[in-house]
Design a protein around this ligand. Structure first.
Ligand SMILES: Nc1ncnc2c1ncn2[C@@H]1O[C@H](COP(=O)(O)OP(=O)(O)O)[C@@H](O)[C@H]1O
Ligand SMILES: [Mg+2]
Length: 171
């Protein structure tokens, strides 16, 4: 039994992780939403009332991921999407795709989500500083991380799919 072949989809909220993952699922890829795993595993903690955000107990989520991956083999790629994917044990991670999106569209997305001013600012600043990208590079090394400008959902999904297939087939 080979070790799991994991790919990750990271990015600031609103960059299109879930939408791109849904397209990839329609291609046949199995992808878990890391926030769902945190909730189902009882890893969501206190509530940040100012930012209107649930807080994830990272150690709890790390344990859940480790346990899940121990039951999987490398017979097909398995994906995780969400902005906490850096918690995935690096030993299994074959590639991490970090989505980026232009500021204007991100702000419009945050407004439609009714984020307050502070939350919009925090997220836009995280996007400008490329926080997700830098955290992923830190976790997995630069050669395992690609930053993808997600200007078109379908073309982003195609790029990711083709990279995974290349890596999985060992070319
Ligand atoms: N490149 C894009 N072009 C058009 N719409 C997009 C693009 N990226 C994201 N969206 C839209 O923005 C919204 C938020 O995307 P979502 O996939 O939920 O982001 P995330 O999971 O990263 O928070 C969705 O309605 C999605 O369809
Ligand atoms: Mg999402």
């Amino acid at each position: 039994m080979g070790k799991p072949f994991v790919f990750l989809i990271n990015g600031t909220p609103g960059t299109g992780k879930t939408s791109v993952s849904n397209i990839l699922r329609s291609f046949g890829f199995q992808i878990f939403d890391i926030n769902d795993l945190a909730k189902q595993g009882g890893c969501t903690e206190t509530y940040d009332s100012e930012l209107n955000t649930e807080i994830v107990d990272e150690e709890c989520l790390e344990n859940i991921l480790e346990e899940m991956l121990q039951t999987m083999d490398g017979s097909k790629p398995v994906g995780f999407e969400g902005h906490l994917v850096d918690l995935c044990p690096p030993v299994y991670v074959m590639h991490c795709f970090v989505l980026a999106r232009n500021r204007k569209d991100l702000i419009a997305e945050y407004k439609s989500r009714n984020y307050n001013g502070r939350k919009i600012e925090d997220n836009i600043s995280a996007e400008i500083m490329q926080e997700c990208y830098l955290a992923s590079v830190d976790a997995f090394g630069p050669e395992k991380v690609s930053l993808i400008e997600n200007s078109d959902l379908a073309s982003t999904a195609r790029k990711i799919s083709s990279k995974i297939q290349t890596l999985f087939s060992g070319e």
